[in-house]
Structure formats: structure tokens, C-alpha cells
Design a protein around this ligand. Structure first.
Ligand code: PAF
Length: 282
């Protein structure tokens, strides 16, 4: 497995592989790799001949410095995990390589970033869009794979890649969950044991929404109330939002249709978790 820290050598390797007729897939990550990331690597492997994982904890997308400071960065373990997963190349630039003195160009996403996570995390999606554009530029892939857990991020990246004519296929991979339903996240390790025990209320709330939808419930308000009341009944959870939205526009809907999703954000102690589920309201 090759490890690159500079964009030029990374890009040369990728373009070299593509010139040999190999399809190159990239999995952008912030490290602290878990089974959710490995599912992304598996998907990249299925869809391409060479797999690159990028590891970079992007300061631009953290709107709280404490969140950035506490973000886990087990780079040695991550490299071992990549090697074991059969990754061909890792791109792990430093912050000064990514944002050298004089850096001043950003990618500003549009309306999609003004909803849900947007107002709660000012500047977050601008940081994500900027770094993803740079990571795609450095890795020059045919395909990039992202998790559906960061649902809004995936929708914004798809839009950005189309709007900026980047010509890269974007692939979304379903959420990987622990046995008790908690969505895998690098932040889960920061939960206290009591908060970890309480956190699966999010997936239970989503499951209750899906069950109501299966019974024929189509009112977005009712679906919202089902999730809200379950989460609010959990004393360790502080609910930030439950939104029932269209998966393309991310606008709130009145009725559940095919392509409607429930998106949730809640705090457990000092840890903010998100989760979501696409409903099949046909
Ligand atoms: O989803 C993540 O891990 C990050 O937001 C990403 C896409 C790697 C950009 O830093």
C-alpha cells in the first residue's frame, strides 16, 4: 500500500493507474476508521480496480474548536486497517499541505446547505465542499464513495459534482449499525457508557417511523411526532431536530412519498449524533 502526503504525487499515481486502464475509486474520510468506513472501501473495491482512502481531519468543517480538538486521530491504526482492507493507496496530507499560507479559495454550496445541519453548524458544508473538491482534485478518481449516514453531505456533494462538471461518479452506501441499532460513527467512542446505552433511541425512533409508514401513515407531522416523542422521552438525549424531508431538495414535506427521509440530530452529553432513514411511502 502506498501512502502519499502531497497532492501532486497522489494525482500522478492515480492518473498512472487510469492510463493503464484501471478504474480508480476514492473513499474520503477523516480517519478513525470503523466498520462503516470499511463498507465504503468494500463498495469502492466492487466498483473499481484501485482504491484510494483519504485521511484528513479537515479543520475547515469544524465550527467548534473543542469538537476539532477532541476528534479521534488514530493514524497508525487507520493505516493498518487500510492495509488489511486491501486499500491500494492512502492520501494523508497535513493541514499545511492542504491549506498552505495564501490559501483563499472556497467552494460555497447553495440552498441545500441552508437546511438541517446548515444553520446548526455554520460554515460546515462550505468546509466540506472545499475539502472534497481538493481531495477529488488530488486523487483524480473515476468514482467517489460516501456514507448515507451524512445524508445532507451526500446530497450536497452530488449537487456540487454535477454543478461544477467534475465528471466523477458519486456512490452512496447504506448506514452500518451496531447490533443495538446505533449508527457507526467515529464520534461514538466519545460517548460515556450511559450515553452509549441511551443513544440507540435514535434508530428506535427511525424504526418507529418506518413501522408507522408501513401501517399507512403518510402525514409528515405524525411521523415527526412519533420520532420526537420517543427521543424526548429519553432523559439523556437533547433533541436538536427531527425533519421529514424530500431527499433531493431537503425541503420539509407535508406527506410521505417515495423519496422522503427522516433526519435526526441529538446530543448525548457533549457528543452530537445524527441519523436518518429513507421511508418507502409508496
Ligand atoms: O464524511 C466525512 O468524513 C468528511 O466530511 C469528508 C467527506 C471526508 C470531508 O472531510
Amino acid at each position: 500500500m502506498q501512502v502519499f502526503v502531497a497532492p501532486d504525487t497522489m494525482r500522478m499515481w492515480s492518473l498512472g493507474e487510469r492510463s493503464k486502464g484501471h478504474r480508480v475509486g476514492v473513499v474520503p474520510t477523516m480517519g478513525a476508521l470503523h466498520e462503516g468506513h470499511l463498507a465504503l472501501v468494500d463498495e469502492a473495491r466492487r466498483r473499481s480496480d484501485r482504491v484510494i482512502v483519504t485521511i484528513f481531519v479537515n479543520p475547515l468543517q469544524f465550527n467548534q474548536s473543542a469538537d476539532f480538538a477532541s476528534y479521534p486521530q488514530p493514524i497508525d491504526d487507520d493505516l493498518v486497517a487500510c492495509e488489511r482492507a486491501g486499500v491500494d493507496a492512502v492520501y494523508a496530507p497535513t493541514a499545511s499541505v492542504m491549506y498552505p499560507p495564501g490559501f483563499q479559495t472556497h467552494v460555497e454550496p447553495g440552498d441545500l446547505a441552508s437546511r438541517l445541519e446548515g444553520p446548526k453548524r455554520p460554515g460546515h458544508f462550505r468546509g466540506v465542499a472545499t475539502v472534497v473538491t481538493k481531495l477529488l482534485g488530488a486523487t483524480a478518481p473515476d468514482l467517489a464513495v460516501f456514507g448515507q449516514k451524512d445524508f445532507q453531505q451526500l446530497v450536497i456533494i452530488r449537487r456540487m459534482v454535477a454543478d461544477l462538471d467534475l465528471g466523477i461518479e458519486i456512490c452512496g452506501v447504506p448506514i452500518v449499525r451496531d447490533a443495538d441499532g446505533l449508527a457507526k460513527s467515529s464520534r461514538n467512542v466519545l460517548l460515556t457508557p450511559a450515553d452509549r446505552a441511551a443513544a440507540p433511541v435514535l434508530s428506535r425512533a427511525l424504526a418507529a417511523c418506518a413501522a408507522a409508514c408501513q401501517r399507512g401513515e403518510r402525514s409528515a407531522d405524525s411521523i415527526n411526532r412519533i420520532a420526537t416523542s420517543l427521543i424526548e422521552a429519553e432523559p439523556r438525549a437533547t433533541l436538536e431536530y427531527v425533519d421529514v424531508v424530500d431527499t433531493t431538495t431537503l425541503r420539509a414535506v407535508d406527506r410521505v412519498e417515495p423519496g422522503t427521509a427522516v433526519l435526526i440530530a441529538a446530543w448525548f452529553g457533549g457528543v452530537r449524533l445524527i441519523d436518518n432513514l429513507v421511508l418507502d411511502g409508496d
